[in-house]
Design a protein around this ligand. Sequence first.
Ligand code: G
Ligand code: G
Ligand code: MN
Ligand code: NA
Length: 254
Amino acid sequence: LEMEHGLRQALEQGSFELWYQPQLDLCSGRVIGVEALLRWRDPARGLVPPLEFIPLAEETGLIVPIGAWVLRQACREARSWLDAGLNPGRVAVNVAAPQIERGGFEQVVARVLEETGLPAAALEVEITESSLLHNADNAKRVIAALRELGVGLAIDDFGTGYSSLAYLKHLAVHRLKIDREFVRDLPGDGSNLAITRAVIALSRSLGFAVVAEGVEVQAQADLLRREGCDSAQGFLYAKPMPGADFANWLAARP
Ligand code: G
Ligand code: G
Ligand code: MN
Ligand code: NA
């Protein structure tokens, strides 16, 4: 109850911030996108990571206004990087199941794009595999509407749920994110290697781009590139950082 009060107060007082982690093309080394990651700066608790408050935000429905703030802030910051002559690629925003189930999500996205002046093609929405399956008919409708707008769609934590690639093909999905869990023990772990290979091969044959999460060492990047994975995100390249630091990081690249 105390944390719920804290979350409401954080929304009112502007105590949320977004940190950003770049995604790189595994062949060219170019930045192709950046994921926005929510943090809560609480006077008593310090910088609170999302796993400590997002479950409660989802239960209480507070994720709906928090998620709208995340979307607006990410689009605003991405617009400011474009205005500074930087090219961050697509900015990827995490979206939780209640935001989609509530109805009107596509209208919120359209309004935020209009207000911030960010081109739809510069935005990607990340939806977890499990939240997609929660209410499949509604999710399908929302995804079609986002595609109509020109917004990209990525399936987050892929491989941890039970959706089939054939089902995703049926939806207007652009990219799959291979969950960090499968990447962590590469290249040594044989079964994770088999899963990663299968996901990449099937994704490619169905026309999805693939991004691997949690890439920490060069051997993982090399293996993923060899297997045909398009892009990667992880500590090997950069940790999540505040927006101003990300703009500097981007500006310093050749
Ligand atoms: O940045 P960190 O590794 O602590 O993030 C942990 C998880 O929190 C991420 O995997 C992501 O799924 C989730 N997360 C981060 N930011 C957001 C957000 O803005 N909205 C939602 N719904 N989830 C987020
Ligand atoms: O939405 P998602 O669960 O994909 O969010 C990515 C999370 O993974 C962020 O919380 C980020 O801090 C974390 N992360 C990003 N890169 C790495 C990495 O290379 N190693 C580990 N252990 N965590 C990472
Ligand atoms: Mn994500
Ligand atoms: Na993920």
